[in-house]
Design a protein around this ligand. Sequence first.
Ligand code: PLP
Length: 396
Amino acid sequence: MSAPLSCVMPTYGRLPVALAEGRGCRVWDTQGQEYLDALAGIAVNTLGHGHPRFVAALQDQVAKLIHTSNYYQVPLQERLAAKLVELSGLTNVFFCNSGLEANEGALKIARKFGHQRGFEQPETMVFEGAFHGRSLATLSATANPKIQDGFAPLVPGFVRAPLNDLAAVERLLDAHPQISAIFLETIQGEGGINPARIEFLQGLRRLCDARNLLLMLDEVQCGIGRTGKWFAHQWAGIQPDVMPLAKGLGSGVPVGAIVCGPRAAGVLTAGNHGTTFGGNPLAMRAGVETLAIMEADGLCAHASAMGERLRTALQTGLAGVEGVKDIRGQGLMLGIELSRPCGVLLTRALESRLLISVTAERVVRLLPPLIVSSAEIDEIANRLIPLIRAFCAEGA
Ligand SMILES: *Cc1c(COP(=O)(O)O)cnc(C)c1O
């Protein structure tokens, strides 16, 4: 069967399936075939698919007002910002539409903060294994050469450090006195589910305080309850100065946000930054409703419990399997690192009616909707474990 000619640019390696409908953690393709969703559109569909309260709120909002402009007051922006401030303990929010946009804004804050400190060429510290997006600045901050190849000249002003190596960070800060911000994912997603260790995060916080630098934590993937706390850095008991968010915030409606604390919130002023779509009423309603439902249904604690259940099932089911190097992550953001590239598991999982992802070539990544039930967790494990065992047996 030859693929039909496509008018869409060939920027993605797509699986041969088109999804037509969803309910909770189940989705159906155009042929009526059912799948279990352990990907949530890459950590986006916080509430799964077709959540009744969420759907009703969006329908109500679509009929009222979808978009106006940031020429005017947008009361729903105030509501979502106040909620994000309450949950994070930070102070102010800028709204945009995606993860890279939130990161791009964060990088602008870092630059301007540096200029305010008198640096002529401010630099930002970024990390090995990082993924921050695909705009020119965010792909320059990203560590993956595959994402950068073909797009030189990259945006200058980035200094790269190894993750979880505080001594190396200190040495690089000494060597680069114009670094104005340290920028990292609290848990690296695309890089293979690599958590920044708690002591490392606490050490970075101390260094940023001592040297008057911005600590900027990209929680685009790991934020919004996914790890069992509202924000992943809360496991370390610290606060960032700047926190870009997106993915799970709108449960499928594009919403991005830059949440800032007192050191960063006043850096951008009128005329410094803006976006046409950012913070429009539909997006804001999606954010407000997502957080309200998460709170009402206790979805952070639920994500924690379901994550523990999934991790235990994987650890038990994959115990002693040669070729399984590590099972790691937090809450419902889990990675299974194998000893060789395992992209083929995407298709095999699809044949087993399971939606997953493979990242960093050899890490099976699980990011189910936060509403996933214990029966569905068991089903994810029961479908995935035999696939991984068979794959590892082939490589042995
Ligand atoms: C997905 C992701 C981004 C980019 O978000 P987009 O919405 O795809 O632009 C940035 N940072 C992290 C940590 C991500 O996971």
